[in-house]
Write a protein of this length. Sequence first.
Length: 286
Amino acid sequence: MSLAIVRTPADLRAAVRAWKAAGDTVAVVPTMGALHAGHLALVAAARREAGRVIVTLFVNPRQFNNAGDLAAYPRTEEEDAAKLAPLGVDLLYAPGVEAMYPPGFATTISVAGVSEGLCGAHRPGHFDGMATVVAKLLLQTGADVALFGEKDYQQLQVIRRLTRDLDLPVRIVACPTVREADGLAMSSRNLRLDAQQRAAAPALAHVLSATAAEIAAGAALSRLRADAGHALAEAGFGPVEYLELRAEDDFSVVDDASRPARLLAAAWLGDVRLIDNVPVRAIPRP
Ligand code: PAF
């Protein structure tokens, strides 16, 4: 089964116009390729949400704050298309950089508040580049619904804010993080881990869950941070960029589970930066 691949906004619009004229609704799953089971779960959810499904594949140079990371990002379009073909995806939109950012392109979308801190503090320009391309992808596809993974939890908050602020007529659906059997959150960057790093990587998820369990039982994160850092160092991790608790409703910094929260972390394993997050709910006291 082969999959239709479209490279320009004009061809994409023509396809979507025909579907909408026939009364179909459209879901989009934006990706940067190197598809794994987490992406495929988003595609399965997209099929339940709408009659037509578009997957986008664009390694967006504007959201990389580091030229080495952009150069090393896996590019596997043929394999990606082969994975999508049997899943009932209607179209793969894979524009080139020139189609997405023609000469003279000069607009940036910047979302204040939720973009600040966490990855926003450590990856300057990342969320501006991400928000700009996501806004373009949502406008180009005209999708009724767009699906994103909770693994990039701060990204999800930025996208929700952006679609509300710009009145984009799209519903954002979040899907839970898909994990390997040993707990490691699926990520295209995992392909860059060597065998030893891959063996150490699940420690990030384990430390997050153990810390989240203590917070749920009443502890404050500020008292647990040092231990969590030591556990990661012992497992073989390099610098921990952040380990933070944020309230789920307004994404403000919190130190305990008096409100439903997310515990989020970013840490380096060799030259690979891994991020992960888990929900934290206070255990009700009798
Ligand atoms: O999560 C990603 O893969 C990217 O940030 C996204 C949303 C496709 C925008 O480039």
